[in-house]
Design a protein around this ligand. Structure first.
Ligand code: MF3
Ligand code: CO
Length: 255
């Protein structure tokens, strides 16, 4: 079931998304060489708590994971693609960091992610992040009424192909609304003109995650959560929660 939100409900989702955007903004501000990932988790937790919102990831237990998620953010460094659990390890010079965060406010979910480097960046990482961001914008631009889910995945994958990057087959975007993960699944690849027709009032989390190495193969860490590239190459992940409207796509997770 895909729920069509009213204009008022989209405004409520915007407020949930704004808190996620602010949490990510604060995390990026605090991230630097030498900072522990767990400190970044505390920064996000504080923003969410002060806003009267609830972390969406904490205790979340999807079927693919062995245990409930133990933190507020995912912090995925270098060859970790997504779902890195922030622990005591410190950021190092030149790290590529992806931070994913979700929150509920007044019964509505927001979900967003950013990627950035700390210290002296590697040119290849800057390029990978830039192309992943372009793919996110292309996916969002495809979210117009009458287009289809496959148009989103197709738009995203074109950027991966152009950059020679790998796309994960098993993970992608998703519907979002009263719950963080709803139907439909939004793959980061697809055939233009195929799949569910988009209608005004649908809300989707669009989240390209590109692996530099090119085949997108991943393995799961021993913690059962972190997804790491098999070839050891780095990955970037960016995400926005977005509404389809008659006036064009509306990004819900900007600060
Ligand atoms: N944005 C991520 C996703 O949609 C959120 C993962 S939530 C976690 O898959 F709790 F499972 F980490
Ligand atoms: Co998501």
């Amino acid at each position: 079931m895909v729920e069509i939100k009213t204009a008022g409900e989209l405004d409520a989702m915007r407020e949930a998304g704004r808190i996620v955007g602010r949490a990510l903004q604060e995390v990026v501000k605090h991230a630097a060489v030498g900072v522990r990932l767990a400190e970044l988790d505390e920064v996000a937790a504080a923003v969410i708590a002060e806003a009267g919102a609830t972390p969406a990831f904490l205790h979340y237990h999807p079927s693919f994971a062995p245990t409930p998620y133990p933190k507020v953010i995912c912090a995925s460094v270098n060859d970790v693609i997504v779902h890195g659990i922030p622990g005591r390890s410190r950021l190092r010079d030149g790290d590529l960091v992806s931070i994913d965060c979700g929150a509920y406010l007044d019964g509505w979910a927001g979900d967003s992610a950013v990627s950035f480097t700390v210290g002296m960046p590697r040119a290849r990482d800057v390029e990978l992040i830039s192309v992943t961001e372009q793919a996110l914008q292309a996916g969002i631009a495809a979210m117009t009424p009458g287009n289809r889910i496959g148009d989103i995945g197709h738009a995203i994958a074109q950027h991966a192909v152009a950059g020679g990057y790998g796309v994960m087959v098993d993970f992608g975007g998703h519907g979002i609304g009263r719950r963080m993960h709803e139907d439909p699944h939004v793959a980061n690849y697809g055939r233009a003109g195929r799949g569910m027709v988009l209608r005004a009032g649908m809300t989707l989390a669009i989240e390209p995650m590109f692996v530099a190495g090119g085949d997108g193969a991943y393995q799961v860490d021993r913690d059962g959560w972190a997804l790491r590239s098999v070839d050891g190459t780095r990955a970037a992940h960016v995400e926005h929660s977005v509404a389809v409207t008659d006036d064009g796509p509306r990004i819900l997770t900007l600060p």
